[in-house]
Design a protein around this ligand. Structure first.
Ligand SMILES: [Zn+2]
Length: 203
């Protein structure tokens, strides 16, 4: 077990779920970053932040995160919950703080072929990269169906802590709200084939 420091006594449960996924990532990829979760309720506009000067710290303001039931969904293309925010900042932590080589390769590969999985990706390619990597960490099969090239890119570099299986993806899909399911179908052609119990992509 790596060292994790959390600066509040009783962190929200979603923080612990994200930390356990981060720990699985570290085990699978043989990294040993001593990550600190710094709760900063003074951050006015952002839910989370990452500062390259402090490459092991994830800043989080839970007040600016969406409650789970209001965020689009845990493990979907858009996730503004505490869990989603932490995984997004962890993506920055890896790509900007420790694996700048992967960041550089991503810029080279996808600069002219942007990977928009949600509106936040329009901010800039740095945010797009973090969002795509977040999806690779939490729901790799969904990323593979939506953006096969980006999936292939991250798979070459890292082992995802989440299974790339139908079972995992169907379980997550079943927890999505109707709004999320509709959005996945209308925007990406992603659907649940109930007969086969598989997540599929219509061409
Ligand atoms: Zn970001």
């Amino acid at each position: 077990m790596n060292n994790y420091e959390i600066d509040v006594g009783r962190p929200p449960q979603e923080v612990m779920i994200a930390l356990s996924l981060i720990e699985d990532f570290q085990k699978k990829n043989k990294t040993k970053y001593n990550i600190k979760i710094d709760f900063d309720y003074g951050m006015e506009y952002s839910a989370g932040e990452f500062d390259e000067e402090k490459p092991n710290v994830i800043y989080l303001n839970p007040d600016n995160c969406l409650p789970t039931e209001e965020s689009l969904a845990l493990g979907s293309v858009e996730d503004g919950s505490i869990f989603g925010t932490m995984m997004h900042e962890f993506a920055h932590l890896i790509l900007l703080g420790h694996r700048v080589d992967v960041r550089t390769a991503y810029l080279k590969n996808f600069n002219l072929q942007r990977q928009w999985i949600n509106d936040y990706c329009e901010t800039d390619i740095e945010e797009e990269m973090a969002e795509v990597f977040r999806l690779y960490l939490v729901n790799p099969l969904l990323l593979k169906l939506i953006l096969p090239d980006a999936f292939k890119f991250f798979k070459k570099q890292f082992k995802s802590p989440s299974p790339c299986s139908q079972k995992h993806t169907v379980a997550m899909y079943n927890d999505f709200s109707w709004t999320v399911k509709e959005h996945l179908r209308d925007t990406f052609g992603i659907d649940h084939d109930v007969y086969e119990d598989k997540i599929i992509k219509h061409i």
